[in-house]
Design a protein around this ligand. Structure first.
Ligand SMILES: [Zn+2]
Length: 150
């Protein structure tokens, strides 16, 4: 049996074409997506309400993770080793929001007996790809190898 079919069966979720299509977008890389970005991925050919429902269903059975970013937007991600406590990094230049490694066990140990209602684990800055692009254009402009940063 296909691993996705097995996963859906395990979680008691009916397999539908829309759920598979949207999950495959989330599985395609380590990014997190808002419902709007997923709609954009499909060139706005999907019903927006359907996308929200599918994401809510996948999140309800812990197939995809969800967090609210600093702008109040719900973002969804897929992680085969799902944990609700996964930090993300948001690039302020290109807008990508990438999943980071799971927090160390010692960190989670500190809060395991607490009732955590929400967590916003979001770093922001400039991603490596954007930094490399800006370094390349800086070198081209100045011919210098040295960059001065704060
Ligand atoms: Zn970037």
């Amino acid at each position: 049996m296909d691993s996705l079919m097995l996963l859906f069966r395990e979680r008691g979720l009916k397999i539908t074409k829309k759920r598979i299509e949207i999950l495959n977008v989330l599985k395609s890389n380590n990014r997190s997506y808002s419902a709007l970005e997923i709609n954009c991925h499909f060139n706005y050919t999907k019903n927006r309400v359907t996308i929200y429902r599918v994401l809510a269903d996948l999140h309800r059975v812990d197939i995809v993770g969800k967090f609210i970013d600093t702008e109040g937007v719900a973002r969804y991600y897929y992680d085969a080793n799902y944990s609700p406590m996964v930090p993300h990094f948001r690039c302020l230049s290109c807008g990508a929001v990438d999943r980071m490694p799971v927090l160390p066990a010692s960190y989670l140990e500190c809060i395991k007996e607490s009732a955590v209602l929400e967590s916003v684990l979001l770093f922001s800055g400039t991603c490596r790809a954007c930094l490399q692009k800006s370094n390349a254009s800086f070198k081209k402009d100045t011919g210098s190898e040295t960059l001065y940063r704060r």
